[in-house]
Design a protein around this ligand. Structure first.
Ligand SMILES: CC(=O)SCCNC(=O)CCNC(=O)[C@H](O)C(C)(C)COP(=O)(O)OP(=O)(O)OC[C@H]1O[C@@H](n2cnc3c(N)ncnc32)[C@H](O)[C@@H]1OP(=O)(O)O
Ligand SMILES: N[C@@H](CCO)C(=O)O
Length: 341
């Protein structure tokens, strides 16, 4: 599937800086119907990309709930990510050099502003469903608060109204690991890879759960001196991310996540959530220690008429990527005509 590039107009960031000559990478699947009302917009999480069929198999794709045979599906890479949109690795138009660790600070609202500009360019005036989990859910919520008239349905999974002190602390621990890598401060391609490896291992602790580790990574009874399964798992997961992601992007996006606060400048979170005009499904994951159920309940309590459901999973936060059968089940309930807004 082809990836397209949309060149953004100069973007005034929340920080006050202007991001000039930026672009957004995006993909689409399926066809717009005659009424142009079959659009599904997917917002991706921290390290994913515009290729939603590759990272949300079982939910988006042929034979899935969101089947391109029925829907016009759009997924755009977020600003700051190393998967095609403008990132710290791109040349600064003013100097011709990449900005690396000096890339402008982004906020969730900046990420949404870039995708809103793309939406306007595509002429999509009626979005049937906007869906996202984690950082993707933060964008979807922010967008739905900004544009109560645009989205018919909002589906958010394992996300929050404001990034918590707990979540920011996890992100800071990961940034400390990256910043301790001398190649990060040196500012060069691949800089910070060792730090990124450690950062991913830290992050995994918040994406999984006690029982997920104990069930899958406990050593055999007779184990003594060989390397522990849990240790090689942590290292492998770090290596796996280093092979496909970039430390400068990781820092930029985790900082953006920390800015997330729907209530900022809007009289607080309840007032912001009351602006949502879309029919809404809020899905929480029982074992999620990063975005706990209390945060999902807060969303559902304040979004008018929201449906709330808990997905019982042993996978922890990453259940939003893995539990596609259960998510499909809740989508079927949500879209059933018997559930009134
Ligand atoms: C080009 C691209 O990749 S696009 C981007 C894809 N990624 C994204 O979009 C981000 C969202 N996705 C994710 O975060 C992850 O892929 C998830 C959460 C969906 C799934 O994570 P996974 O790492 O596949 O699952 P899990 O935690 O079960 O780990 C399985 C892997 O660990 C390996 N593993 C398991 N136990 C151990 C161990 N003790 N020691 C070493 N390796 C181990 C498995 O062999 C497996 O390896 P593989 O990925 O090479 O097949
Ligand atoms: N596992 C997710 C992060 C959790 O939201 C990712 O790598 O994007």
């Amino acid at each position: 599937m082809k990836e397209y590039i949309f060149n953004l107009p100069d973007l005034l960031l929340e920080s006050g800086e202007t991001l000039a000559s930026a672009h957004v990478a995006y993909r689409t699947w399926g066809q717009l119907n005659a009424d142009r009302d079959n659009v599904v917009w997917v917002c991706h999480a921290l390290t994913a990309n515009a290729d939603v069929l590759s990272w949300w198999p079982g939910l988006v794709g042929p034979g899935c709930y969101f089947d391109p045979a029925d829907w016009f599906i759009v997924c755009a890479n977020v600003l700051g990510s190393c998967y095609g949109s403008t990132s710290p690795l791109d040349a600064d138009p003013a100097t011709g050099q990449p900005r690396y660790q000096h890339f402008p600070r982004l906020s969730i609202r900046d990420l949404v502003a870039a995708h809103e500009a793309l939406r306007q360019e595509l002429g999509l005036e009626d979005i049937h469903t906007i869906i996202g989990g984690s950082l993707g859910g933060q964008q979807a919520l922010e967008w739905a608060v900004q544009r109560p008239d645009l989205f018919d349905n909002l589906v958010v999974i394992a996300t929050n109204a404001r990034h918590s002190a707990w979540g920011i602390a996890f992100n800071e621990a990961q940034r400390l690991a990256i910043e301790a890598d001398p190649t990060y401060a040196a500012g060069q391609p691949g800089g910070g890879d060792d730090g990124l490896r450690a950062a991913r291992a830290i992050a995994l602790l918040s994406y999984r759960s006690y029982s997920a580790y104990v069930d899958s990574q406990t050593d055999p009874e007779d184990h003594l001196l060989r390397e522990h399964r849990a240790s090689t798992y942590q290292r492998y997961q770090g290596d796996k991310l280093v092979a496909r992601f970039d430390a400068y992007s990781y820092v930029a996006l985790s900082r953006a996540m920390d800015t997330h606060n729907l209530g900022r400048g809007r009289g607080g979170i309840p007032a912001a959530l009351r602006r949502v005009g879309a029919r809404t499904l809020v899905l929480g994951i029982t074992s999620d220690v990063l975005f706990p159920l209390s945060e999902q309940r807060e969303l559902a309590n304040h979004i008018p008429g929201a449906m709330y459901a808990e997905l019982d999973s042993r996978y922890g936060h990453d259940g939003f990527l893995l539990e596609t059968s259960a998510i499909t089940h809740f989508l079927e309930l949500f879209y059933a005509p018997t559930f009134a807004h």
